[in-house]
Write a protein that binds this ligand. Structure first.
Ligand code: SF4
Length: 586
């Protein structure tokens, strides 16, 4: 008898009815298929409610009929919400994805139309659309324009990674070419002089003296010199081969090359580099370094200001550094907010990469409270730095007589004021103090490394701003804003770059990539708004807490707050018991 028994089946297997080709008497409508609280409905409603006159005015009129700009805008914004950035994918989605089909009302613009709209009409009006979304957020009470957290990130351009032109190499090549041109001109002049003296001419016919000719510095001057020489030598040139060869070298080879270098310089516009395949992109160090070799890549510096993780404004820059672009960003924000009838936020917070005299001056002039860190903000709290008697900030300063005293008791007296200009033409005045005699001082090795006597440089205006920033940053609000800054712009970049996978632009050129980032910022704000609305709707009513449990909960909350604020204060922070007590008691 077989020992294996067949497993007894307790019930029959059933399948859901599947009749793919079954016809339907009443087809379901999109309204039934798309959930009432789907984000596509929010995108559609938000765009329908916008006043987009500037976008409508961007059309010239005439010719064949156009797709409605709101249709194309909805497709693009929802595409960016749905992580679809390519115009070909968007075209496909308008034929296959019911959300897009509902948005377009079953119209299907092709990828060229979508792309032409994105880099054409929308390019100049995307900021208006962004402002309209911001206005919606303000009306919903999701942003209040009180705190403005600023930060920047680099996003790679669509350009070829190896299409670089370096300013240094252009300057070097141009310098060598100019030297070569000037040598050649000297040779031509010398030959000319010799020929003339041989021909018995005591003086040259024209007034131009070869030895007095200023060196050539640009192509315009070289072209003029070549024309003058051709005129001067027109009788001799056909006869003298070496002279003719030199003139041909100047006009055909060197002049063209010089013009080429000048074109590069024009495109660089003061930058260190640019890409040949996207001339607005600058080579920058990116966080995403998959080759792990620190390779510079063509990209743009994106600056954003956030509140409650909503983007209040964005700007794109070609400079890889954050410090020189803050003023431009804030000016743009001011204009953007003024266009919807709002003032600048009351407070600005940013990391130490923005703490410059120029930026502090701008914030002060605009009446914005300064919560911007400065380089060395955390280091100055360390005991080692605080107690170092040789550091400039720890030297005794006599305000009445304007001198510093070094640890050996020597006076460092005022010598002169040095004036420096930033890239933005901002002038800083630095007062320079110098010790009388450091030779033979036993402390010299630990005091300074200069070969001369010790020099101390002080920028009184920057020192004053730093003092204000220090006071603000260690105030109750300052500590809160510093804590808040970590969870404001950084997660927004995380959302955009990692969750949405937007790590590289698809378009080329500053105006077009600005439009692309505008779309991503609009999509981010609408998605965030939708999430907040969903959360608000889903939250249950607050439970009724009996008085005794309420006391225990309050005690627990107080302890939690205590822990949080002990964590907020970094090691070595000034001990301020009152501050902690104030925080705990709130
Ligand atoms: S090296 Fe000069 S500045 Fe420094 S402690 Fe000595 S005397 Fe003073």
């Amino acid at each position: 008898m077989s020992t294996t028994r067949r497993k007894k089946r307790h019930s029959a297997v059933t399948f859901k009815p599947y009749a793919q080709h079954q016809g339907m008497l009443f087809l379901p409508s999109f309204e039934d298929l798309i959930p009432k609280d789907h984000i596509v409905r929010l995108v559609s409603r938000a765009i329908d409610g916008m006043q987009l006159d500037s976008l409508l005015n961007a059309y010239e009129g005439g010719g064949a009929s156009n797709y409605h700009p709101k249709l194309l805008l909805k497709v693009l914004v929802y595409g960016y919400v749905d992580r679809q950035y390519s115009s070909r994918r968007l075209e496909k989605a308008t034929r296959e994805n019911i959300n897009f089909m509902w948005l377009t009302g079953l119209q299907s613009p092709d990828h060229n139309t979508i792309n032409r709209f994105r880099k054409g009409q929308l390019k100049d009006t995307v900021k208006d659309v962004f402002a309209a979304v911001l206005l919606l957020l303000l009306e919903e009470g999701m942003v209040r324009l009180e705190d403005y957290h600023i930060d920047g990130t680099k996003i790679e351009s669509a350009a070829n990674r190896y299409s670089f032109v370096w300013a240094k190499s252009i300057t070097g090549h141009k310098g060598r070419l100019l030297a070569k041109i000037n040598v050649l001109l000297d040779q031509i002049d010398r030959e000319n002089d010799r020929e003339e003296s041989e021909a018995g001419k005591a003086e040259r016919e024209n007034d131009q003296d070869s030895s007095a000719r200023p060196p050539i510095e640009d192509s315009e001057r070289l072209a003029q010199t070549i024309a003058d020489l051709n005129e001067q030598l027109k009788e001799r040139l056909p006869k003298e081969k070496p002279l003719r060869r030199k003139m041909a070298e100047l006009s055909e080879k060197h002049l063209n090359k010089l013009r080429e270098y000048e074109k590069h310089e024009e495109k660089l516009g003061g930058r260190n580099s640019y890409s040949k395949t996207d001339e607005d992109a600058t080579f920058m160090r990116m966080k995403e370094d998959h080759m792990r070799n620190g390779q510079l890549k063509p990209g743009y510096n994106v600056q954003i200001g956030t509140e409650n993780q909503f983007i209040i404004n964005y700007t794109l820059h070609q400079s890889p550094n954050d410090m020189p672009v803050l003023k431009e960003h804030l000016e743009d924000t001011k204009q953007q907010l003024a266009s919807i009838g709002y003032d600048m936020p009351k407070r600005a917070s940013a990391d130490a990469g923005y703490g410059s005299e120029e930026n502090y001056d701008y914030l002060e002039a605009e009446g914005i409270e300064n919560y911007v860190k400065y380089p060395g903000f955390y280091q100055e709290q360390r005991k080692k730095i605080k107690n170092d008697p040789f550091r400039t900030e720890n030297l005794f300063y006599n305000e009445q007589e304007d001198y510093f005293v070094c640890p050996m008791g020597q006076h460092l007296t005022y010598r002169y004021t040095s004036k420096t200009k930033s890239k933005n033409n901002y002038q800083s005045n630095v007062r320079v103090y110098k010790a009388q005699r450091c030779t033979g001082c036993p402390l010299r090795a630990v005091c300074h490394k200069a070969k001369t006597n010790r020099i101390v440089q002080i920028n009184p205006n920057l020192k004053r701003h730093k003092k204000i920033a220090h006071q603000n940053l260690w105030s109750l609000r300052g500590i809160y804003l510093r804590q808040q800054r970590c969870i404001e712009p950084e997660p927004v970049f995380g959302q955009i770059k990692w969750n949405r996978g937007f790590k590289r632009f698809s378009l080329r050129g500053l105006p077009k990539v600005s439009c692309e980032f505008g779309l991503i910022a609009i999509a981010h704000n609408l998605k965030k708004m939708w999430v907040k609305l969903q959360l608000a709707k889903g939250l249950p009513n607050p439970p009724h807490i009996p008085p005794k449990s309420a006391q225990i909960l309050a005690e627990n909350a107080k302890n939690a707050l205590k822990t949080i604020f002990y964590l907020v204060n970094p090691p070595g922070a000034p001990h301020n018991t009152n501050l902690k007590l104030q925080l705990v008691n709130q």
